[in-house]
Design a protein around this ligand. Structure first.
Ligand SMILES: [Cu+2]
Length: 88
C-alpha cells in the first residue's frame, strides 16, 4: 500500500536523506521515495502500518507533516540545522 504525505520544511537533499532515513526506521515500511520539489514523501508499507506512525517519525526528525491539501513551503529556509548535518 502506497501513501503520500506532504512534508513541510524540506529544503535540501540533506532534508530528503533525513526524512527518508526516519521513515525507513518505521517497522513495516518497505520503501520510501521523497520528492523534494513537490514536498511529498511516498511510503510503501502494509495497511497494518499506521499513517500516524509514519507521520510521527517525520515529526521526530524535525519536520512538519501537513494536511493533505496544504502547500509545502518549498524553498523556505532550512530550520533543521544540527539534525543530521542539514543545509543551514
Ligand atoms: Cu535541508
Amino acid at each position: 500500500m502506497l501513501r503520500t504525505l506532504t512534508v513541510l520544511d524540506m529544503t535540501c537533499h540533506s532534508c530528503v536523506a533525513t526524512v527518508s532515513n526516519a521513515v525507513r526506521q518505521v517497522s513495516g515500511v518497505t520503501d520510501v521515495s521523497v520528492d523534494l520539489a513537490a514536498g511529498t514523501v511516498q511510503v510503501a508499507a502494509p495497511e497494518t502500518v499506521a499513517t500516524d506512525a509514519i507521520a510521527a517519525a517525520i515529526t521526530d526528525a524535525g519536520y512538519t507533516v501537513a494536511d493533505a491539501d496544504a502547500s509545502p513551503a518549498v524553498g523556505a529556509a532550512c530550520t533543521v540545522a544540527g539534525a543530521g548535518g542539514c543545509c543551514a
